[in-house]
Design a protein around this ligand. Structure first.
Ligand SMILES: Cc1cc2nc3c(=O)[nH]c(=O)nc-3n(C[C@H](O)[C@H](O)[C@H](O)COP(=O)(O)O)c2cc1C
Length: 369
């Protein structure tokens, strides 16, 4: 059953679920599988070494799906930054009109994407309301509100989605989607209830059959629980939520104990190259790799089709269950004719059973009052 939200209408998708950009995961196979399943798949531009390689990846994806897909452009500070303008131009030349932007100073790229004819639909990802409002001024169509639970760059304000999404609903003049901590239809239903037009997921999609990473890493996610992530690079205000492993333990130790505070000391431990190797060789301790707290909710490795259908069914059931809680007339109280607080009305109530010792403690407590 299709959903009808601003997101599904604007992007032409059936289920309001977006697969967020993922470095070394967001290749054509991943994006096409998500789009074929009814969500929005996204190719991550910087998984490609050059704009021309991105062109090939987009063309490959077009052969794998007839449904809409997007491209993620992540703007990160670097000594020698990639030619973002050239990557964006390839996106436009290839007729892609859905772009997820993330990172610092997105103004020039957003301008370039918006000047195209027709202009791109832009989903801008951010972790604070302040940054979201700046992006609105730049003309983005959707905000992707990334709570502190999320994988990767969590920002420095530590606000989780229960607050952040409601702040977005209260403040944001444009539609938004909820990102970080989502894995199932109950989460989608909750996000819609909080005012979002859909959800964005990263970690959950890593753990699907089509995700182009080693099976041992998918299994490590299944085996992990919600406490198995670690915040790294906090000291340098570039906090990243990563899968907790031997390397994050070493990195955080240096971060805590370094007397110089020089980034060079920790740099070899947080190398992106080693992180990429993890996904290829399947050794979860070979380097650092990104994952969100949602790993605690992931217990299997479905296909994208199975996952998105399941999310769809669960969300529909959750929303109907929630609406069935609203009735025409106030029902009779469970304890007929008596206010709920009056436990003496129900002689079988546990509160009236004399438990030796425990009851005496209550009695002593009462007499002291
Ligand atoms: C392995 C991995 C790599 C990621 N790389 C990027 C990236 O390059 N650019 C980006 O904007 N977000 C990146 N993200 C963040 C996701 O797009 C998304 O915002 C995040 O995963 C949402 O949180 P969740 O994992 O709880 O669903 C990455 C996430 C993962 C799991």
């Amino acid at each position: 059953m299709p959903f009808n939200t601003v997101l599904t209408r604007k992007l032409g998708i059936r289920v309001p679920v977006v697969q967020g950009g993922m470095q070394w995961v967001g290749y054509a196979e991943m994006a096409a599988a998500v789009s074929n399943a009814g969500g929005l798949g996204i190719i991550t531009a910087l998984t490609q070494p050059s704009p021309e390689d991105l062109r090939k990846e987009i063309r490959k994806c077009k052969t794998m799906t007839k449904y809409p897909f997007g491209v993620n452009l992540t703007l990160l500070p670097a000594m020698v930054p990639p030619d973002y303008g050239a990557y964006a131009q390839v996106v436009l030349d290839e007729g892609i009109r859905i772009v997820e932007t993330a990172g610092n100073s997105p103004g020039p790229i957003i301008k370039q994407l918006k000047q195209a004819n027709p202009p791109c639909v832009i989903l801008h990802k951010c972790t604070t309301i302040r940054h979201a409002l700046s992006a609105v001024k730049l003309g983005v169509d959707f905000l992707s509100i990334d709570g502190f639970e999320c994988a990767g760059h969590v920002g420095e304000t530590d606000i989780t989605n229960l607050i952040l999404l409601s702040r977005a609903r209260q403040t944001m003049p444009v539609p938004f989607i909820a990102s970080g901590g989502f894995a199932d239809g109950q989460g989608l239903a909750a996000a819609l209830s909080l005012g979002a037009e859909g959800i964005n997921m990263g970690t959950r999609f890593m753990c699907t059959v089509e995700a182009p990473i080693h099976n041992s890493i998918k299994q490590a996610i299944v085996d992990a629980d919600e406490t198995d992530t670690e915040l790294v690079l906090r000291r340098w205000k570039n906090t990243s939520r990563l899968f907790k492993n031997k390397v994050t333990e070493q990195a955080t130790k240096i971060e805590r104990e370094s007397t110089t505070g020089k980034f060079e000391e920790v740099a070899p431990y947080v190398s992106g190259k080693r992180g990429r190797e993890v996904f290829i060789n399947g050794d979860k301790d070979f380097g650092v790799w990104t994952a969100g707290q949602v790993i605690g909710l992931i217990h299997d490795i479905p296909t994208c089709e199975e996952l998105i259908s399941r999310i769809e069914t669960e969300a529909i059931q959750t929303l109907s269950k929630a609406s069935s809680l609203i009735v025409d007339k106030q029902p009779e109280p469970d304890i007929a004719g008596k206010p709920m607080g009056d436990m003496s009305a129900n002689p079988s109530s546990d509160h009236n059973k004399k438990v030796p010792g425990e009851a005496q403690i209550y009695d002593i407590g009462k007499s002291k009052l």
